[in-house]
Design a binder for this molecule. Structure first.
Ligand code: ADP
Length: 509
């Protein structure tokens, strides 16, 4: 054990008590230490020196926490502060004994008596040590492994929390409290723990814990959530991995480790922004190319129509109207309009490419894949309600296209909720069978601001958007894709608790 002396108390320079008093202190057979409010040892009698293996000169000025094993040191420091706030005679360690670290690093079991003494107008604590019987080998091994575990936790920056499901108590170690920005006690109720979680992530975490506590499941719990510091609203992302212990078919405790993943989340967010920007650029590019192609195809018929119209105008302006010339001019206009129409049709079919490749699809699986993709794209922060039919008939559709539509609808919902700062984001997705119509119907609703009457009539128009960086192509492309797969996509104009979209797809057989 190193002999670390920190800044020595000013009071140590003054003799604390007279020679008689010191002699008396030294002759007491019980090991005793006198400790100042800042934690420095100011007196140690020979019996105490023997217990901790230090000589007097090493002990004086040494911080008392140096005699405490690392894993208990912070706890002891807090305890000492609390004690000095209200000094009184008491024992320490709740009768379970305490552990001291001697000079050679071995742990010594002691019982501690605490007493406050005022000398030279300063309050000191008199520690009386009662050495307990040495540990047996098994206990020592356990201690060492605890110490090792503690060191691993320290170096990995991992916090631990332990939920007592029976008594509704949650124990959080020091690192976990740090992760939660929670300065109070080591234990709290489950409700207090959940209240530390960002409101948007709370329901999801609660659901994950409920699932982990369910005896029909494997008890594993994996959650990622945000914690917001109340003072400066700083946000931190935490990932927790827990395992439930069951007793007689009921959850007894959930022990979990947690770590700070803010940096990873920030990186993901940056990558997502870059992906969005790239997507927007490519959308813009597609729009420019499409618009140029349309302009190119319409240019020559429009020029011809303009020329025929001028001829017609001139003919009508003459003194004698040449009806044959007029008829030819109008026939030319009609011919060019038809040509323009045909060219547009050709252009559309070439842009749409070949026939849509379809397959028999389980819509439930498409929903799951779309949710995964939306989460991966940074649109996963919502409480999800899923109502999937278990024996759903397969639909005939192109998987990638339907997934794209669904991701777009989820994304729109999340963006609408985000823009409104709704406290708890909720999205519900339901899939059901419309047997009479040989169709499946998917409904997606959110608790965002909804869509007002003026806007609702325009949302499927290309380039219509109400978002500052929106492009307004999502819904029109989605509708075109659903229609290409034989279904329909529409918005519910009467839904008032947010927005609700439906689409249908035909059964495979
Ligand atoms: P963009 O997302 O680029 O704006 P979209 O075609 O996907 O393009 O959406 C068009 C508009 O429809 C949006 O700008 C928004 O005003 C409205 N909208 C779509 N989905 C929702 C929703 N879930 N809640 C509220 N408004 C929505």
């Amino acid at each position: 054990m190193a002999n670390k002396k920190s800044n020595i108390d000013h009071s140590l320079k003054e003799p604390l008590c007279g020679a008689d008093c010191r002699e008396l202190f030294d002759t007491v057979t019980e090991p005793m230490l006198l400790v100042s409010e800042s934690g420095q040892i100011v007196l140690a009698n020979p019996a105490a020196q023997q217990v901790v293996g230090y000589v007097q000169s090493e002990l004086i000025g040494l911080n008392v926490e140096e005699l405490i094993p690392l894993r208990f040191r912070e706890h002891h420091r807090q305890y000492r502060r609390q004690y000095f706030a209200q000094p009184r005679k008491r024992s320490m360690g709740n009768g379970e004994g305490l552990v001291l670290l001697n000079r050679s690093g071995q742990e010594v079991d002691v019982e501690l008596g605490l007493n406050s003494i005022t000398l030279n107008k300063q309050v000191y604590t008199l520690l009386t040590l009662n050495v307990l019987v040495q540990h047996n080998q098994a206990e020592n091994a356990l201690r060492e492994s605890e110490e090792r575990l503690w060191l691993i936790k320290q170096s990995a920056g991992v916090g631990v929390f332990d939920i007592d499901c029976v008594r509704d108590r949650v124990y959080c170690d020091e690192r976990m409290r740090e992760l939660l920005w929670y300065e109070a006690d080591e234990t709290m109720s489950l409700e207090a723990l959940l209240n530390k979680i960002h409101p948007n992530d709370r329901l999801r975490c609660q659901a994950a814990l409920d699932e982990a506590a369910s005896p029909d499941r494997d008890g594993l719990c994996r959650i990622e959530f945000r914690v917001v510091q109340s003072k400066n609203l700083e946000e931190r992302w935490v990932a927790a991995l827990g395992q439930t212990q069951f007793e007689k078919g009921a959850a007894k405790r959930i022990v979990a480790i947690a770590r700070d993943i803010t940096e990873r989340k920030m990186l993901e967010r940056t990558l997502q922004q870059q992906r969005n920007e790239t997507e927007m650029l490519s959308n813009q590019q597609i729009a420019i190319i499409t618009a140029s192609a349309i302009a190119h195809e319409l240019n020559s018929p429009l020029t011809a129509i303009s020329a025929y119209s001028e001829v017609a105008q001139r003919t009508l302006g003459g003194e004698v109207i040449d009806y044959d010339k007029l008829r030819d001019a109008f026939a030319g206009c009609v011919d060019q309009v038809q040509k323009a129409g045909n060219k547009l049709k050709e252009l559309l079919s070439s842009l749409q490419g070949n026939e849509v490749e379809t397959e028999a699809l389980n819509l439930n699986h498409v929903v799951e894949d779309a949710l995964k993709q939306a989460r991966g794209d940074g649109y996963g922060e919502f409480h999800l309600t899923l109502e999937l039919e278990s024996n759903l008939r397969a639909v005939k559709a192109n998987k990638m296209q339907i997934q794209r539509v669904l991701v777009n609808l989820i994304r729109n919902a999340v963006e609408a909720i985000r823009a409104e700062s709704v406290p708890v984001s909720k999205i519900a997705i339901a899939v059901k069978t419309l047997a009479n119509e040989s169709m499946s119907m998917l409904t997606i609703k959110d608790n965002g601001p909804g869509i007002d009457r003026n806007t609702i009539s325009r949302i499927f128009e290309p380039f219509f958007t109400t978002k500052p960086t929106g492009f307004g192509m999502g819904l029109s492309i989605s509708r075109a894709l659903i229609e290409a797969n034989g279904g329909q996509l529409w918005v519910d104009p009467d839904f008032r608790q947010g927005a609700q979209f439906h689409f249908t797809l035909p059964f495979a057989s």
